[in-house]
Design a protein around this ligand. Structure first.
Ligand code: NAP
Length: 341
């Protein structure tokens, strides 16, 4: 068991967690930030961030995170490795069991655990993840100089990965399961207009070929003119199958919120596992969750906007709400004490 009862634990060290940490530390709440499995969150996997206010020339994702951490530490936030595996949010203080084997008790909790990259369910993906199959072009793109690579997905992530990979790969082919991109207009245009990016519409990745020794060597693709070929094949519809030689596969098919430890705790989750924050008595947004003293910030509660700047905003909301909550329990503890003397 970790020593004293903490005032405020912030789970997650991406933009949302760091923003909450800066606000909470400045309010003298002595926050403890649990860095999670992906310290720094998704921005550490991004190259340039061009739309974060105050950086007219853009800023590196990693740099933005490092600066945020320094800022939080300057005001007294502390950081520790570990992920929450289980949470008992019924009693007070809350009890958090960490992946490190430790247990931490805390009066308040900000959940800023973000969302993790999804996999597509292709044959062989488990064996080849990290061996030519990747969910992060900015991390692994440089290993694919001169390769022909596939990018799976039709959203902004897939477009960003494809554009980045043109720096290294010989050819980049985006494989999308229907014939319309989900990506924003500007990102879609950049990718569609790029001479080194090709598109395979109405196509899905069925199998990745290769081994951990050789890396990725090929892929089997299935396609159907009406899209969603895997679903069609499962329904017994004929689909076209083709095997291509390639040296790398990148997944850009979205994310799943990291809320497994909240199931059954009273924190309300939507059908996809995202936290549903509460509104106040006037119907306005808050960072509160279904459990008093637990607050949500960033992508873990946001399947729609998912921007660094909105995560920073909800991080500050969570810290401000946590500050109010901690003040209110202190006041009621004082009143109880006065009533008993
Ligand atoms: P997303 O918008 O949810 O797109 C996921 C894409 O993957 C969709 O095209 C989806 O196809 C496809 N997909 C999902 N599961 C699949 C599967 N099993 N097999 C094949 N394809 C599959 O996710 P995202 O691209 O990560 O973007 C998330 C949010 O972050 C968005 O709001 C986006 O604007 C933002 N973002 C912004 C930037 C930027 O501005 N630089 C960069 C990255 C992300 P369908 O279209 O058929 O559903």
């Amino acid at each position: 068991m970790h020593g004293d009862v903490q005032n405020l634990v912030i789970a997650g060290s991406g933009v949302a967690g760091l923003s909450a940490a800066v606000y909470a530390a400045r309010a003298d709440l002595d926050p403890l930030v649990l860095e999670g499995d992906e310290p720094g969150g998704q921005l550490t996997l991004t190259t340039d961030v061009e739309n974060f206010l105050g950086f007219p020339e853009g800023v590196g994702g990693m740099e933005l995170i490092q600066r945020g951490k320094q800022q939080a530490e300057r005001f007294g936030a502390t950081f520790e490795h570990g992920r929450i595996d289980a949470a008992d949010l019924e009693g007070r203080p809350f009890e958090l069991s960490l992946s490190t084997g430790e247990t931490i008790r805390t009066r308040a909790l900000v959940v800023a655990t973000g969302a993790s990259a999804r996999w597509v369910g292709a044959e062989n993906e488990e064996a080849l993840m990290g061996y030519g199959l990747s969910t992060c072009a900015t991390c692994d793109g440089a290993f694919h100089r001169g390769d022909d690579v596939l990018v799976i997905g039709g959203g902004d992530s897939a477009m960003e990965e494809a554009l980045f990979l043109t720096r290294f790969a010989d050819s980049v082919t985006v494989v999308h399961r229907r014939e319309e991109l989900r990506a924003s207009e500007i990102m879609a245009e950049r990718a569609l207009d790029h001479e080194d990016i090709e598109f395979r519409w109405n196509t899905e990745l069925q199998t990745i070929h290769g081994s951990q020794e050789e890396g990725v060597t090929g892929a089997t693709l299935v396609s159907h003119p009406d899209g969603y070929p895997k679903e069609k094949a499962a329904d017994g519809v004929d689909v076209e199958t083709e095997t291509v030689d390639i040296g790398g596969v990148f997944y850009g098919v979205g994310h799943t919120p990291n809320t497994g430890f909240l199931e059954g705790t009273g924190v309300e989750l939507d059908a996809d596992g995202y936290i549903l924050p509460e509104t106040d008595e006037n119907g306005r947004p808050t960072a509160e969750t279904g459990v008093d003293g637990v607050f949500a910030a960033g992508d873990v509660a946001d399947p729609n906007y998912r921007q660094a700047i909105t995560s920073a905003g909800t991080g500050s909301m969570a810290a401000l709400d946590a500050e109010d909550y901690l003040e209110s329990i202190e006041e009621s503890a004082e009143q109880t004490l006065q009533a008993t003397v």
